[in-house]
Structures are given as structure tokens and as C-alpha cells.
Ligand binder design. Structure first.
Ligand SMILES: [Zn+2]
Ligand SMILES: [Zn+2]
Length: 420
């Protein structure tokens, strides 16, 4: 008798092997390829095969087709000897990298597609019934991200925001920046430029702090109190200012444009009276926002209120990168165009100009042909390729190959054509 899980895994492994043999292109392998460390997670073991180095793309191809990994990574770092133990590798430098993961972004739909997988019986469930598996009662449930258009859209918007920081504030050239869909729930951004390679951890932390707006003092960014006649007035930054000044103005402006009276009242540090005054004068404030204000044009809205609104603006404008990834100078990152073992999707390089139009749910599909007959344990509705599927519960369905493989990768289904 075949184990349910192994049946699905063997099939995915075979399809991944076909992909690496027929469709994988080595053109997108990283620069200075021979100085990088590579790591692979096989389907059958959880342990990563790492400290691998390659002298030529062909050698990489031979290796990847011989082991067919569930995940393939390379180091953002360059080493004298990538195969040596960590301490003896001889660190030369590292690309500057950023990770934007929808898991770190507060999206409105999380509750709708929260999903758990039982470590003991592999049942997938959207109902964790007080943290236990509804099938076998096990308490070992692993939370899984379910492909979601809204989450991926928001991750993309965050990536565009990050690119604006990198190009406008840091002055990087478009051609020095590479953007990738991760194959799962977010995007990676790499800066490949000589000057950044030698940055140590402390320098990278400075970059992270800037992007997060950490420790930002509003008074140094244009929100000054000036004494005029008998009244205190706030002269704030404007939309056309550069750097964080302009970003703060934009954060305040965008918030005032869309906030409900309730959202204003809920803002920590804002009194009810002040919130009401802002609401009542919203149009006047926004009308001044084009070039000069929105600051200080309303009587009775004082510096304290503006400061609260400004700090909220900082929060909205900050980049939602994963700080740990950027600060780690030995980080392993996914090999472009390799397959993601949790989805069966490709890690896709995206030209910056194309990012806005990029749709991961169609562009990242690695298996566009064929159908697959699967038995689905449980799956919420999801969109992939040009179709919408599910929800399914303990049923046999014929799906386009990519959707079938996705469910197998999530261990939410098994290959129905084989005995179990
Ligand atoms: Zn279970
Ligand atoms: Zn979502």
C-alpha cells in the first residue's frame, strides 16, 4: 500500500524533474555565479543540502536535474570558497536584498483564507477547531498561506513603494535593481551594484531603519511650530519635498483623503474634539495639500494633533520589508526561475517597468498544460491561471495541471489516479 503523502510527493517530484530538464533556463542564474553558495531542500528530507559551489552553469544543471529539489537557493553573498564551512568561506561581499512577504502585511482577507495542515495526518483544514485537527484530533497544526489575489496585490503595491524609495531616495538606477516574484506569497528585490556589496550589517541596518522610518523625529522633517500673533501654528512638510519630508506629507494627505470619522477618532493620541475639527475641515485641509500644506490651516487644530497625524503618516508610508533578510549578509535566496515546493510556481524575474501589470497567478505558472485528477481533502476557493477553483471538501475533481499540482504541494490533495 502506498502512503498517501508519498504518492503526491512522487508525482510532484516527477513533474519538477520534467521542468528542470525541459523548461528551466540558466540565463537568470546570478552574477558572479562561481562565488555563490548554493543550497537545496530535497522533497524527501527536511534538511538542506548547502555549501555547494559550481564552476559552470552546466554543472549546476547536472546537479539540479539529478536531485530535483523542492526548493533551490543561492547566497546573496560572494565568497572566495563557497564550498568551505561558513567560517572559512572568505566573505567578499553581498548584494543588497529585500523581502516583501504578504505575511508581514496586514491584509483584510487573512481571516478568510487562514488554513492549517495537520502534521500527523496531512489533512488540510480551514477550521482549526480550537487548534486541533478535525480529522485525527492532533494538536500539531501548521499554518499555511493560501494563494490570495488581494494579499499578492498588496505585496506588489508594497514592492512598488520600496522601488520608489530605492530609486528616488537612494538614487539607485533602474538597471541596478532586479525584482522577482518569490513563487509563493511575495516579492524579492535585489540591488546588484558594486558600491553596496561591501556594506556590513550595521550599514544595512541603517538602510532598514530609513525604510521603516525608525526613530524618525517629525521636528527634523519640517513639522515646525512657529509663533504667529497669539496662536501656535504648524508649518509642515509639503508633497513636493524630497525624502521623508514629502513622504510624511503624502502619508497625512492620503490618510485624510480616505479616513472615516471613526478611523480619525480611533487614532491613538488624537482627542475626540480634535478628530471632529479635522473631519469638519477636511476639504479645506485637503484643498491646501497640493503644493503647500495640509498643515496649520485650521483654527483649533494644534501642533499635537498634526504630530499625531504625521506619525500616522510615517506608519503608512514606511516600507514593509522583512528587516532580518536585508541585514543578513549570508542570506540564501531563491534561484530565479526555480520552482517553489509549496506551490509548484516559478520564482519569476520581473522587469521593473512590467511590475505594475505583473500577475503572479498567471505569469508564475510552470505547468500550463494537461489535467490532473485529484482527491481533495479540503481546500478553500482559490484563483490560479485563468480559473477559479473550490472550495472543495473530500471530493474527487479534475483540475488544470497547475491547480492540481498546487493542491498536491499544499498537501491538500492526493493524486486520485493511483491506489492508496
Ligand atoms: Zn490530523
Ligand atoms: Zn488574502
Amino acid at each position: 500500500m502506498l502512503n498517501v503523502r508519498e504518492t503526491g510527493v512522487n508525482f510532484i517530484e516527477r513533474k519538477f524533474a520534467e521542468y528542470y530538464a525541459d523548461a528551466f533556463e540558466t540565463v537568470s542564474l546570478p552574477s558572479s555565479f562561481t562565488q555563490r553558495e548554493f543550497g537545496f531542500i530535497p522533497f524527501t528530507e527536511k534538511i538542506m543540502i548547502r555549501h555547494k559551489g559550481f564552476t559552470a552553469p552546466e554543472e549546476f544543471m547536472t546537479f539540479i536535474t539529478s536531485i530535483t529539489p523542492a526548493h533551490a537557493y543561492y547566497s546573496a553573498a560572494y565568497y572566495e570558497d563557497p564550498e568551505a564551512p561558513m567560517a572559512k568561506k572568505g566573505w567578499i561581499g553581498s548584494d543588497l536584498i529585500f523581502d516583501i512577504d504578504s505575511d508581514h502585511i496586514p491584509t483584510p482577507c487573512k481571516g478568510e483564507h487562514d488554513y492549517w495542515i495537520c502534521e500527523d495526518c496531512s489533512t488540510g483544514t480551514s477550521q482549526s477547531s480550537q487548534g486541533n485537527c478535525p480529522h485525527c484530533g492532533s494538536g500539531k497544526l501548521r499554518k499555511e498561506f493560501w494563494l490570495c489575489e488581494t494579499c499578492l496585490e498588496l505585496a506588489k503595491a508594497e514592492t512598488l513603494k520600496l522601488l520608489d524609495f530605492l530609486i528616488t531616495d537612494f538614487g539607485f538606477q533602474q538597471r541596478e535593481i532586479k525584482t522577482y516574484f518569490s513563487g509563493h506569497r511575495g516579492y524579492h528585490v535585489h540591488v546588484d551594484r558594486e558600491g553596496v556589496k561591501s556594506l556590513d550589517q550595521a550599514a544595512r541596518k541603517e538602510i532598514v531603519d530609513y525604510l521603516l522610518g525608525t526613530g524618525l523625529n517629525i521636528e527634523f522633517h519640517g513639522l515646525k511650530r512657529t509663533h504667529r500673533t497669539a496662536e501656535w501654528r504648524s508649518m509642515g512638510p509639503t508633497l513636493s519635498d524630497s525624502g521623508w519630508k514629502g513622504r510624511i506629507a503624502k502619508g497625512v494627505y492620503d490618510f485624510l483623503l480616505s479616513a472615516t470619522p471613526q478611523q480619525l477618532e480611533d487614532l491613538e493620541g488624537l482627542t475626540k474634539t480634535a478628530a471632529r475639527r479635522v473631519v469638519n475641515n477636511r476639504d479645506r485641509i485637503l484643498a491646501g495639500g497640493g503644493n503647500s500644506a495640509p498643515w496649520g490651516v485650521v483654527k483649533g487644530v494644534g501642533p499635537k494633533t498634526w504630530e499625531t497625524l504625521a506619525m500616522n503618516g510615517v506608519k503608512k508610508q514606511a516600507s514593509m520589508i522583512d528587516p532580518v533578510v536585508t541585514m543578513d549578509i549570508h542570506r540564501l535566496i531563491r534561484v530565479p526561475r526555480s520552482l517553489h515546493g509549496k506551490t509548484g510556481l516559478k520564482a519569476v524575474p520581473i522587469p521593473i517597468n512590467f511590475l505594475e501589470k505583473f500577475n503572479p497567478l498567471t505569469e508564475a505558472v510552470a505547468f500550463p498544460e494537461g489535467q490532473l485528477d485529484v482527491y481533495v481533502t479540503e481546500a478553500p476557493a482559490f484563483r490560479l491561471g485563468s480559473g477559479v477553483f473550490g472550495p472543495y471538501r473530500r471530493e474527487r475533481v479534475e483540475l488544470p495541471m497547475a491547480a492540481g499540482i498546487y493542491l498536491l504541494c499544499k498537501r491538500a490533495a492526493k493524486d486520485a489516479r493511483r491506489p492508496s
